[in-house]
Design a protein around this ligand. Sequence first.
Ligand SMILES: Nc1ncnc2c1ncn2[C@@H]1O[C@H](COP(=O)(O)OP(=O)(O)OP(=O)(O)O)[C@@H](O)[C@H]1O
Ligand SMILES: [Mg+2]
Length: 434
Amino acid sequence: MSRRIPWVEKYRPRKLSEVVNQEEAKKALLDWINSWEKGKPSKKAVLLAGPPGIGKTTLAYALANERGYEVLELNASDVRTGERIRQVIGSSMKMGSLFGFRGRIILFDEVDGLNVREDRGGLAAIVELIRESTWPIIMTANNPWDPKFRELREEAEVIQLKPLSVDDIVTILRRICNNEGIKCEEDALRLIAEASGGDVRAAINDLQAVAEGKRVLTKDDVAITERAHQYDMFKILDRVFHARRFDEARSVTFLPSFDWENYYPWALDNVPTVYAKSPEALSDALDNLSLSDVIRGRIMKTQGWELMPYMLELATAGIALVRNKPPLARFIRLSFPERIRLLAKTKETRQLRDALINRLRAELHASSSEVSLYYIPLLRLMASSDMFRKKLLDRLTKVLGYSLDSVEKALGIEVDRGAEGSRVEHKSAKRSGQ
Ligand SMILES: Nc1ncnc2c1ncn2[C@@H]1O[C@H](COP(=O)(O)OP(=O)(O)OP(=O)(O)O)[C@@H](O)[C@H]1O
Ligand SMILES: [Mg+2]
């Protein structure tokens, strides 16, 4: 049964020839990989640039697939520390391929997702990786023209993809309708394509939301999507918790606004409060969520998208249909996930700390973990001594170019300047007990 597999995955082109209207990009990409195969790469890396949903990631995979390369994917979270990236690459370069692939292509998807200030070491690591790599590297980015990516642009051949026209998108949608055996009115497809703002992924998702399971799709059907778009995460969770039947809970996953990656922290954080009164309900819901998460991990690892229905059903119906479900108020009080909130709250301190670590790392020739494990505590200790404190802080403010306040934050030293800090702590402690 192929229902519920995301059409964006089901219909993701496997071959370059299936990628619509990116002829120049395809040619540039082929020339580049040919130059690699001749042992004389024109540039070590290419950077596929263009707005969301026009085929950047798709082109990378189609090329690898067509030429028999295995894709090793890296992302921004691998690069939080430059070390991790070196480790991944280091091992992959030494290890021969086990599966008869011709070799590897390293795909760095969405490099512009790197927060350059936060991941400064990361950007340098990528540049180094490009210089040292013995495998072809493909990067993608929505906007590589930001000055902070200059060094990266110089290391790579930038291939700009074309924005797709409404006609191009209609072509892609029509192909899907034919394949699914759905008779789609031209006007309906046009409406979806226009609303997508050039983003094929959005267009295909919208098409699936309105057309899946139908024999005929009319223009009127499409107008309904507008309404569904208005669901946000609060409404989605509310609907899941109140659902009494399997398909009722599962139905949220059909909403175009359903973002399953975001759904997890929301579900995980709210289950314990909503089911606080029933241990059985709580246990069932958490069990199902964790099983769903295991499946999610499997999907990500193996690209086995046919497992997706199970993952989504466990994450939605799995928390709606539980033993001893407590009676729920008509309006449940849902909260914004603590993890996301905390990350936002501590962002500034984390950035300062990372910058400090990075700086010291270079200065001391130590790894980031050594710096944070050994040196930072040492500095903190020194700062607590009257003898060293002033000298140390003076020096650090100068070296880092930060204010005294920021240096103290980065080091995590308590500063006694009135009760302000402790008041903030207090508030968050109370919240978690609600
Ligand atoms: N030119 C195209 N021809 C055919 N299908 C396309 C094309 N562009 C995108 N698609 C479809 O849209 C989906 C999203 O495309 P893709 O993941 O390549 O986007 P992207 O450019 O990498 O976007 P983002 O910047 O958001 O990552 C694909 O699964 C594919 O089905
Ligand atoms: Mg992409």
